[in-house]
Write a protein that binds this ligand. Structure first.
Ligand code: GDP
Length: 185
């Protein structure tokens, strides 16, 4: 279950989300775009922080707080330790559309997730850097096919020009809400 909090006396849910995927696919930039609406061109191995929080007002009037964790560079060792996954409500697996290898590693990241994440955690597949059309190595159809075969929703994003960033987080927040409704006693 999500953690409970209160905002101005009103209840809200805190959803823990994780961004996973190969180094360099743009996880930190996706987080920065969503949390601060900024973008950084230069490559840094970590953004020097563990997580960011942003409030979302959902269609059903519920207020949810997304606590979004970045790997802080752990994925460079091709593994992410199990405590990172603990208590996660949603896992976002990211590849870059101009990086075929990152796409081929999606199943490996999902496999890790299945080992360590709570069973009820929902998943989302993101193909990032869709602004780099001329460098594209993975077609939209390939992304859609992989997502369909894995049974996860799929969205292409660009942290650089903001394409679908908000939509991606709204999509996973809605999926978590739906899952919690289904699981409610
Ligand atoms: P991480 O290792 O997955 O956290 O990747 P970063 O967020 O550090 O991004 C790696 C590099 O990709 C940086 O140079 C970013 O500026 C660049 N980048 C991230 N997202 C995008 C995007 O949507 N479009 C483009 N063109 N570059 C991006």
């Amino acid at each position: 279950m999500a953690n409970q909090g209160t905002a101005n006396g009103r209840g809200y849910n805190v959803f823990k989300l994780l961004l996973i995927g190969d180094a360099g696919v743009g996880k930190s930039c996706i987080l920065l775009r969503f949390a601060d609406d900024t973008f950084r061109e230069s490559y840094m191995s970590t953004i020097g922080m563990d997580f960011r929080i942003r409030t979302l007002h959902m269609e059903n009037d519920e207020v949810v707080k997304l606590q979004i964790w970045d790997t802080a560079g752990q994925e460079r060792f091709r593994t992410i330790t199990s405590p990172y996954y603990r208590g996660a409500n949603g896992i976002i697996v990211v590849y870059a559309v101009n990086d075929q290898t990152s796409f081929e590693h999606v199943s490996k990241w999902l496999g890790d997730m299945e080992k360590f994440a709570p069973e009820e955690a929902v998943r989302l597949l993101i193909g990032n850097k869709c602004d780099l059309e001329i460098e594209r190595q993975v077609t939209t159809e390939e992304g859609e096919e992989l997502a369909a075969s894995l049974g996860v929703p799929f969205i292409e994003t660009s942290a650089k020009d903001s394409t679908n960033i908000e939509e991606a987080f709204v999509c996973i927040a809605k999926a978590i809400q739906e899952k919690q409704t289904l699981m409610a006693p």
